[in-house]
Design a protein around this ligand. Structure first.
Ligand SMILES: Cc1cc2nc3c(=O)[nH]c(=O)nc-3n(C[C@H](O)[C@H](O)[C@H](O)COP(=O)(O)O)c2cc1C
Length: 170
């Protein structure tokens, strides 16, 4: 029987149903947990235009970002599959940039005499996440990887598992 806890997997690949998706689905199928997979290749994620409206309200861009963000808030754990295309998937990095920008705007730009939005944290503390780095060689650029993981930790996630050799601290 499936447990009530629900995992949300976000696949950063540019290609639908490709290696990152297949790897993630395979792992998730081996668990007893309920899950949903979102493939960014099927979604529209625009670039942030720095309008700053997210200081007080949801992001006003009319793409698929808000829907994914809401699902992330509700999920009990997040799986991220991040393919390496020379650097890392720009699709994934654009999505992460949108998340980080909202938190940044609320935290640092909301001051008008007093803090406008003290509840700036996007996610409950220590929401568990697991990250799969999907590459051709198994080699990963350690520095950019650490930055991605640090950004995610800054947003309230706790790294519980990763699939790559660099020295990432959990
Ligand atoms: C444009 C491009 C660049 C790539 N660059 C690298 C790389 O620098 N290092 C590496 O190990 N694999 C590289 N790969 C291989 C991918 O990481 C590998 O095929 C991965 O499984 C792709 O994930 P996907 O099938 O979900 O798109 C590259 C693949 C593509 C298409």
């Amino acid at each position: 029987m499936k447990s009530k806890a629900k995992l949300l997997a976000i696949i950063g690949s540019h290609r639908k149903n490709a290696n990152s998706y297949l790897l993630t689905k395979n792992v998730l199928d081996s668990t007893k947990m309920d899950y949903e997979i979102i493939q960014l290749a099927e979604k529209r994620i625009d670039f942030c235009d720095l309008c700053e409206k997210c200081i007080d309200e949801d992001c006003v861009l009319t793409d698929d970002f808000n829907q994914i963000f809401e699902k992330m808030k509700r999920a009990d754990g997040i799986i991220l599959a991040l393919p390496k295309y020379l650097f890392f998937s720009s699709r994934f990095l654009s999505f992460l940039e949108r998340l980080a920008t909202i938190e940044h705007m609320r935290k640092f730009m909301g001051y008008v005499g007093a803090l406008k939005n003290p509840d700036y944290k996007l996610f409950q503390r220590n929401k568990p996440f697991c990250i799969f780095f999907v590459s051709g060689t198994g080699r990963i650029g350690g520095q950019i990887l650490s930055e991605v993981v640090d950004d995610l930790k800054g947003l309230g996630f706790k790294l519980v598992r990763h699939s790559s050799p660099p020295n990432l601290e959990q």
